[in-house]
Design a protein around this ligand. Structure first.
Ligand SMILES: *Cc1c(COP(=O)(O)O)cnc(C)c1O
Length: 421
């Protein structure tokens, strides 16, 4: 699955030769042309925050407007839209997160799905064993995850058990083992840390949580579509992930949720809307949750937002997630090598794990002036993003990024750092 390490480049021209060689040997190189904007000289280092649009999506949007919405009108719900959250969910399960069908659904925003499922898991655990009042979460988890945990703990009379982590790393087994115990209800962790790119060992951390009697919710926002995930094989309980990052669903496209078959009947989520009810169109007097994944829905599914991700899911199925991961590793390794060559002499450090086995699809570079560097780069059509403290994130979306593009961007970063000194 991982490629052999690339031989070190020793001069600036060697980086060009290396980029050319890696592009020529890249079995996924042809996918880049299938994205809008890949024909321009813009360097895109933020596909981990908002992926580029697939060209096929433009056609899909038009067809949807003319034929489905325009032509079928309200009949569209019966004919296909009601099932779309489940069919696309199953496709995400199959191609990206290792989930057998019937366990993945497209729902609300990531934040709302996280809220619904952390709360469902907490309530369930607390009901079985009232001593279980703690939610374990790390201090460098994504803000929305931390804020939700604060709110849920306050709302349900729970407590938070914080894990302190280095901002250039992520949660490791020993830290989790020290944090969980007989009072743990739920553990909330990110597979790939949004800041450092640290790749957590899901299987081991899940086992540690289970050994303490806890349920674990994995946030897959920064891994789905770039790092292989095996929800079923790793015995994951619950997972939530974004679709507008590596799945290129477009700005604000709805998130997906995975709930293992074994937990579905026991979990009750708090936003009891008609779309999660047992018989949606019975319009009955009382809420009774549907069986299966439908119970985790609340209101009318955001169909328009689900269109684009289908084109990327088809590409992932075609390319294979293991090939995608191999290219992702080659890209981040190349970025690290270019950093050492071009940026380390300017005082730029790497705030991500050095071993590709412990790193997801992005690399974070650190320098005290990175905020200003990012501003200059955006003006020059080189688009990374900035995260405190002093971190410039380089997201390298494997299907749409080339090695030559990466090298161009790294040179522009070096130029901007040299300017702001
Ligand atoms: C991007 C991201 C989110 C975003 O949540 P939204 O509700 O889509 O804004 C949540 N968690 C993580 C880890 C993320 O990377």
């Amino acid at each position: 699955m991982t490629r052999t390490a690339t031989p070190p480049a020793t001069g600036p021209d060697d980086l060009d030769r290396l980029a050319a060689r890696l592009d020529a040997a890249d079995p996924l190189a042809g996918f880049r042309d299938r994205f809008v904007g890949s024909e321009t000289s813009l360097v895109y280092f933020d596909g981990n925050s908002l992926g580029r649009p697939p060209r096929a999506t433009l056609e899909r949007w038009e067809r949807f407007g003319l034929e489905e919405w325009g032509g079928r009108l309200i009949r569209g719900w019966d004919e296909s839209w009601m099932e779309l959250p489940f069919t696309i969910g199953d496709e995400i399960g199959r191609t990206a997160i290792g989930a057998a069908s019937g366990q993945t659904v497209i729902g609300d925003s990531t934040t709302v799905l996280l809220y619904k499922l952390i709360r469902a898991a907490f309530d369930h655990q607390h009901a079985i064993d009232p001593r279980r009042v703690e939610i374990v979460v790390d201090r460098d988890n994504f803000p929305t995850d931390r804020y939700l945990v604060e709110g849920i703990a306050a709302e349900r009379g729970g407590r938070i058990r914080w894990i302190d982590v280095d901002t250039a790393a992520g949660v490791e087994a020993d830290q989790l083992r020290a944090a969980v115990g007989r009072e743990t209800a739920v553990v909330v962790l990110s597979h790939v840390a949004y800041r450092s790119g640290h790749l957590a060992d899901v299987e081991t951390l899940t086992r540690i949580s289970h050994d303490a009697g806890a349920l674990v919710l994995w946030d897959l926002c920064h891994s789905a579509g770039s790092v292989p995930v095996e929800c079923d094989a790793w015995r994951v309980d619950i997972a939530v992930g974004c679709t507008y990052k590596y799945l290129n669903g477009g700005p604000g496209s709805p998130a997906f949720a995975y709930v293992a078959h074994r937990h579905q009947a026991a979990l009750a989520q708090p936003i009891q809307g008609w779309m999660g009810a047992a018989d949606v169109f019975a319009m009955g007097p009382r809420y009774r949750p549907a069986d299966g994944m439908r119970r985790f829905l609340s209101g009318t599914p955001p169909i328009v937002g689900m269109l684009a991700m289908q084109d990327t899911l088809a590409m992932i199925a075609e390319a294979g997630i293991d090939e995608i991961r191999a290219k992702s590793i080659a890209l981040t390794e190349f970025a690290v090598e270019a950093t050492e060559e071009l940026l380390a002499p300017l005082g730029v450090g790497i705030a991500s794990p050095r071993s590709p086995a412990h790193r997801g699809g992005h690399v974070t570079l650190s320098h005290p002036r990175m905020r200003e560097v990012t501003r200059r780069l955006w003006e020059r059509d080189v688009i990374p993003d900035y995260r405190d403290p002093g971190g410039l994130r380089i997201g390298l979306s494997p299907l749409s990024t080339s090695f030559a593009e990466t090298l161009t961007g790294m040179r522009e970063i070096a130029r901007a750092v040299a300017e702001v000194g």
